[in-house]
Design a binder for this molecule. Structure first.
Ligand code: MN
Length: 339
């Protein structure tokens, strides 16, 4: 068993009778949010539960190819609030996947907080809040999808994992560890991958669908940023790019189009930390990435109202792009790049 036998027994008990289930995941859902949620949804449906997956906002077009995305209920849609709130009210079981703080749901967080349903959290981020009745929380996992697989295994029900479930969970697993390249790639991640591939997940297909689906303008935007916008500081150990609204408009960027760009400067030998600043109408959205012991989670929490993992975190700034850059450069003095 990978998880607490008490928790698994509780979960088994809860799932022993048909339930009205709601699964929620974090805002701006990524591959793991969607993959773990959809995979778990299909699994719960096989057990005979009625399951709705609610996303706080729309998911990006690059994940539309995943089976089951057409059934996702979006809270921020025109009719979404009413329908989703009714679903949450009538649910007797809510699963919170791939987040551990209700603020990650924005407005939907209050609704989940007020809901009387039994709540189960499955998540691998640091510093979980205690809003759930059962919390499967383990930072040793590289993905929530990996946890979902192990929970299904602990429940003794891997025989229910079909090709569709396997593909969803594989997407979550592979996207959260950079297709087995990041330092969160553990023996268990590979064991779970092996289990999923044995159940029909196709690594080449998933990789093509996730990695090689750029529109021409998107690749040209990457080229432009790397050529014109990339700055290196701190003895070339820190790389960053600041992108303006005008540039985003010029390249006709769509949601999710800048995804992955933040990692490109790691191709330069010796780069230990990367940051990507994107100017939005009301704020500047920031992505931080790092290697090894360089802790961008603490950095994002301390200076940019964000957080995440040690090697991958987000943040934001309400200041101008210039002032945000200034603050970033000043804040860098506090980060230990020798780790
Ligand atoms: Mn995740």
């Amino acid at each position: 068993m990978k998880f607490s036998p008490v928790h698994i027994a509780q979960l088994k008990e809860i799932l022993s009778l048909p339930k009205s289930v709601v699964i929620v995941s974090h805002r701006n859902p990524d591959g793991d949010a969607l993959g773990s949620s959809l995979g778990f949804k299909f699994f719960l449906e096989k057990l005979g539960h009625e399951v709705s997956f609610i996303s706080p906002n729309a998911f990006t077009a690059n994940l539309k190819w995943m089976k089951g995305t057409d059934g996702i209920m979006v809270y921020e849609n025109a009719m979404g609030k009413k329908i989703c709130e009714a679903k949450i009210k009538s649910a007797n079981l809510i699963f919170c996947l791939d987040f551990n703080a209700l603020t990650r749901l924005e407005n939907l967080g209050e609704v989940i907080k007020e809901a009387t349903a039994y709540k189960v959290m499955i998540d691998h981020h640091q510093q979980p809040e205690s809003f759930a009745d059962i919390a499967f929380s383990d930072t040793g996992y590289c993905a929530t999808a990996e946890m979902v697989y192990d929970i299904i295994a602990d429940l003794g029900q891997t025989d229910l994992i079909d090709e569709q479930i396997a593909e969803c969970l594989y997407v979550g697993l592979a996207t959260d560890n950079g297709f087995f390249q990041f330092n969160n790639t553990t023996p268990n991640a590979h064991m779970v991958a092996a289990g999923l591939i044995a159940k029909g997940a196709k690594p080449d297909y998933v990789s093509e669908k996730v990695n090689n689906v750029f529109r021409e303008s998107r690749l040209r935007f990457f080229g432009y940023c790397l050529n014109e916008k990339l700055k290196l500081v701190k003895d070339n150990q820190v790389a960053y790019m600041l992108i303006t609204q005008a540039e985003i408009k010029k390249f006709n960027l769509q949601g999710g189009d800048s995804e992955g760009l933040v990692n490109y400067p790691f191709k330069i030998e010796g780069v230990k930390m990367c940051a990507y600043f994107s100017e939005e109408p009301d704020k500047i959205k920031i992505s931080f990435r790092s290697r090894g012991g360089v802790d961008v989670n603490t950095f994002a929490r301390s200076f940019f109202e964000g957080g995440g993992h040690r090697n991958a975190a987000g943040g934001m700034s309400k200041a101008s792009l210039d002032n945000t850059e200034k603050k970033f450069l000043e804040s860098l003095e506090s980060i230990d790049l020798t780790k």
